[in-house]
Design a protein around this ligand. Structure first.
Ligand code: ZN
Length: 330
């Protein structure tokens, strides 16, 4: 099997606080002879569990990177047992551009797994994570938010794997993270996501969707930081009791037919919010065909009872864009 061309400037076996880069070889106009860096931090104190924590997989989602940088600044190494490997800006070029996908190759990192060691820069990052980093880990966390494009009801994601024991561990981690909503990724999960990569490696993992809008919401970032510390306590890496959610709501997407997608170009005049329960027949909003003003406004209705997990945060939408993601209790 072809090995990765990505190298790390830090030794993941080394004790202590080590901060450096992944070096991704990719020659372009911005960097013809060097490498593209991806920041990486290893905090290691003795033997114990190894946790991989990533954010910035999409570059316009900032609560996760902020929470991970708080860890880098504040986590006391002498109080830690084990190792945390932190990649606060996994798709660094995308994060610097405040963009969902990398401006260097236009690839969506969370649709690039298992990656390609000879592929584009984003495909190389995905390959390195799945072939080099996930095999080191006893647990993995990938922090997403709605970004500029979407607004989510703040939730933790757990993949429903064929391996029942792994699914239980994913659910346990999601519960420990402490957010009041858990989105169970069933058959509709994308095999090209980091969550799926973790499942292929047999590593218990969660992801998050932390609100949205493309900024840094203080309440959500605080809750994310609490969740990360709760995981450390749960795994015995820090002293203290974990702070799981009390009776979190569990939802799953039964069918894409429950959600609403744009059938043309225009403005979605949204009538509901993320985190709201809805009934079949209820008005979801109106759609304004602003390019064809003679068409007037179309009223959109929900086809099924459900729960609004997320909605578009875009003004103008294209045919095929998701307007409202509707899920059911799991
Ligand atoms: Zn994302």
């Amino acid at each position: 099997m072809t090995k990765t061309a990505v190298t790390a400037t830090i030794d993941f076996k080394a004790e202590g606080r080590n901060i450096g880069d992944l070096r991704v070889p990719w020659s372009d106009n911005s960097c013809p002879l060097g490498f593209h860096p991806v920041p990486v931090i290893s905090l290691k104190n003795g033997d114990g569990p190894v946790v991989l924590m990533c954010a910035g997989t999409h570059g316009d989602e900032f609560e996760g990177p902020a929470a991970l940088m708080r860890l880098v600044a504040d986590l006391r190494l002498d109080q830690l047992q084990g190792q945390v490997i932190i990649l606060p800006a996994l798709n660094f070029a995308a994060l610097k551009a405040s963009a969902r996908v990398s401006p260097l190759d236009n690839v969506n990192l969370n649709r690039a797994f298992p990656g390609d060691p000879r592929g584009s820069i984003t495909e190389q990052i995905a390959f390195y994570v799945e072939s080099e980093l996930l095999p080191l880990a006893d647990a993995a966390v990938d922090l997403h938010s709605g970004g500029k494009a979407s607004v989510f009801a703040t939730c933790t994601l757990a993949t429903q794997t064929k391996d029942r024991a792994l699914f239980e561990k994913n659910l346990e981690l999601a519960n420990v993270f402490g957010l009041p909503l858990i989105w169970v990724l069933t058959g509709l999960n994308d095999p090209r996501s980091l969550n799926s990569a973790a499942a292929r490696c047999g590593v218990p993992a969660i992801a998050t969707e932390l609100g949205g809008g493309g900024g840094v919401d203080p309440d959500i970032t605080n809750a994310t930081e609490r969740g990360l510390y709760s995981i450390f306590c749960h795994l015995g890496m820090l002293n203290g009791a974990p702070t799981p959610a009390l009776n979190p709501k569990r939802v799953a997407s039964k069918s894409l037919d429950h959600s609403l997608f744009a059938t043309g170009e225009g403005i979605f005049d949204r009538g509901v919010n993320a985190g709201q329960s809805v009934k079949a027949g209820q008005v979801a909003g109106r759609f304004h065909y602003i390019c064809e003003p003679e068409r007037g406004a179309e009223t959109l209705h929900f086809k099924y009872d459900g729960f609004v997990l997320a909605h578009s945060n875009r003004g103008f939408v294209q045919r095929g864009d998701a307007l409202v993601l509707v899920v059911q209790d799991h």
